[in-house]
Write a protein of this length. Structure first.
Length: 337
């Protein structure tokens, strides 16, 4: 797996230039200039909150190339991380989505072939109300919320992303799982016509993931339809994906086509590929190293410095221990990694 970062361009004379996305927009520096005038005039108090809110809103929006999908601020505990957001350009161009290639820059180059309409998600297995849901039906099933979550990749890098969606529990309650449903399996699209790397030997296709029922029902587990106030870009798992913020990123299945309720722990793509490296739970845990690297620290994308940027300490459950730690009370998290 590659770790390279593309944060600057270098011309033929060896000068390093920032990408256009890293240059302060005119509106932003004019806004700061206005604020300085207010401060000089002693009127900064009320304006400061407005300015900060405007800056945060600008950072939380996409480039307006995709359909808008606004979400109300979520009241779910832990759903509003107050850290600096990752730039949209980084979050939408530095991706793992092996159906479109194994390099971080492959998905944004190759995912344009993905067709997200029409789109159907089939719910089956141990539920009282199985059925097929069109993406339009899913979008209307519950109110859309913005959730600002940390994202921690098993490879040792991280982001902070404003997602738009609602708790997966809303859909689960609607389909009424039977008493013997202990796990939820997620099956993703595997279409070799639109996904050029489906059929490669990297993984067993289709890509599948799974959660224990109480994990799936936790209010932080998000069924996501958008990010940065817009619908999901193809390379980020359009039109609907999972986001489980206390687990490594690969647990959050993209481009979901089937949700299956089962009694036994389902096999998952990376666990099948390398069980000794990728366990079923895959909770973010700085005390349990990957067999080939430490998980004690992480590299925040966008911090600058590329591979040599100062690393951050990784938090237990990616900083969501207060919300989800009780789910694993009494478990050996080194054995159940």
């Amino acid at each position: 797996m590659s770790f390279h970062s593309r944060s600057h361009r270098r011309d033929t004379q060896g000068f390093t230039h920032p990408l256009s996305s890293e240059i302060t927009p005119r509106a932003a520096y004019e806004g700061r200039r206005d604020l300085l005038k207010l401060m000089a005039g002693g009127a900064a108090g009320a304006a400061l909150a407005t300015f900060a809110g405007r800056e945060a809103f600008a950072q939380a929006t996409g480039p307006h190339k995709l359909a808008l999908l606004p979400g109300a601020k979520s009241a779910v505990p832990g759903a509003q991380t107050m850290e600096k957001l990752t730039d949209y350009k980084d979050a939408s161009s530095y991706n793992n989505y092996y159906e479109f290639g194994v390099d971080k820059g492959d998905p944004v180059k190759n995912a344009g072939t993905l067709k997200t309409r029409p789109w159907t998600v089939e719910v089956e297995g141990l539920v009282k109300k199985p059925g097929k849901y069109g993406i339009e039906d899913l979008l209307k099933l519950s109110a859309q919320e913005e959730r600002i979550y940390r994202l921690r990749c098993v490879e040792g890098w991280s982001m902070v992303i404003p997602w738009v969606g609602y708790s997966l529990a809303e859909l689960i309650k609607k389909v009424e799982p039977q008493g013997n449903a202990k796990f939820v399996e997620f099956v993703t699209l595997a279409d070799p016509k639109t996904m050029p790397f489906v059929g490669s030997r990297v993984l067993d296709w289709p890509y599948t993931e799974g959660l224990r029922m109480d994990e799936a029902m936790h209010p932080l587990t998000l069924l996501a339809f958008g990010m940065y106030g817009e619908v999901l870009p193809n390379q980020n798992g359009a039109p609907v994906r999972l986001v489980v913020p206390w687990k490594y990123g690969f647990k959050s299945a993209k481009s979901i086509v089937k949700i299956r309720f089962v009694e036994k722990e389902p096999s998952t793509a990376w666990n099948k590929a390398a069980a000794q490296e990728y366990g079923f739970y895959s909770n973010v845990n700085p005390n349990v190293d990957h067999p080939r690297w430490s998980q004690a620290t992480e590299r925040r994308i966008g911090d600058g410095g590329g591979l040599f940027a100062k690393r951050r300490k990784t938090e237990m459950f990616n900083g969501y221990e207060a919300q989800v730690g009780q789910l694993y009370a009494g478990m050996d998290l080194k054995k159940n990694y």
